[in-house]
Ligand binder design. Sequence first.
Ligand SMILES: Nc1ncnc2c1ncn2[C@@H]1O[C@H](COP(=O)(O)OP(=O)(O)OP(=O)(O)O)[C@@H](O)[C@H]1O
Ligand SMILES: [Mg+2]
Length: 346
Amino acid sequence: MRNLFNFSPRGVAIDLGTANTVVYSAGTGIVISEPSVVAMETGRDGIRRVRAIGDDAKLMMGKTPGNVETIRPLRSGVIADLDVAEEMIKHFIRKAHGGPSRFSRGPEVVISIPSCATPVERRAIRQAVSNAGADRVSLLEEPMAAAIGAGLPVTDPIGSMVVDIGGGTTEVGVISLQGLAYCCSTRVGGDRMDEAIISYVRRNYNLMIGEGTAERVKIEIGTAAPPAKGTGLETYVRGRDVTRGIPREFPLDQLQIAEALSEPVQRIVAVVRSALENTQPEIAADVLDEGITLTGGGSLLRDIAIVLADETGLPVRVADDPLTCVARGAGRTLEDAVYRGGLMAA
Ligand SMILES: Nc1ncnc2c1ncn2[C@@H]1O[C@H](COP(=O)(O)OP(=O)(O)OP(=O)(O)O)[C@@H](O)[C@H]1O
Ligand SMILES: [Mg+2]
């Protein structure tokens, strides 16, 4: 449990992601990084209650008995299940504080939102954070948070491009003078890559594998560029034979997974290209020098930076610790007044 004297009461920043929720406590740093998953249990009285949240709930995915259901309350970065999302936010804010009732007032919360979120979706997120006990809620657009977290010169009159490849979406933002000069997004990210692996295996081997297995394969051997023949990694997976209905183990190699992932990877390339085409010429000229910075868990896919560099002709780098970039960037707005200009107040 967190020591009271170590805790800065100045607030928390939350990156409420489709796949992971990351919480940054001002003055301390990242305090939580857990899957955005909630396990709900229906009791004998018919009432649904929270059984587990985060890491514990993800372990239950695909393995629950009939009265327990694992829910991912976000889809494409926006809230899909309001009640469950609220329970999850409440749990994580409490956990960041180290207990439920240490403070008479709730914390100030900065929460990141997809730049394409509609006014209704923005209100829903703000309301959920408020209901979870926050005293003051500010919203920060994700590309801005990612750019601050990646250490880009967001307050200067220099254009920088950030591409955040998350679980649900890939967002491209071009930032200059603390504003979003251009942004666009596509509903393609890590989840879509997992689905592509599942359908590849089903199509080619007549085998059903689960989401968790597909994600493991992607992380272990996934790549955006096919390896030279005979040089790739290999892994084993277990699935159910669709025709015979029995479980079976079989090998998959990197060349096959590169083929499976080529469609989602090309969709990501297309959205980056379209952002470059639509950026004002003076800002695009800066991007030519500064290059493109990748954030989000999807940027950890092998060779994604190389493929994007080849396809755009621009330098591409992956930010340090890309999974926590958005939360660290949002957290910086609580610590450094210089960055507060990007916040959207109530
Ligand atoms: N080494 C890796 N290689 C490929 N993908 C990875 C790797 N590590 C994590 N991922 C993927 O990154 C995704 C999660 O990234 P992240 O936490 O940035 O998403 P998110 O913020 O929750 O989603 P979104 O921003 O779309 O709401 C998952 O799909 C996960 O499988
Ligand atoms: Mg994200």
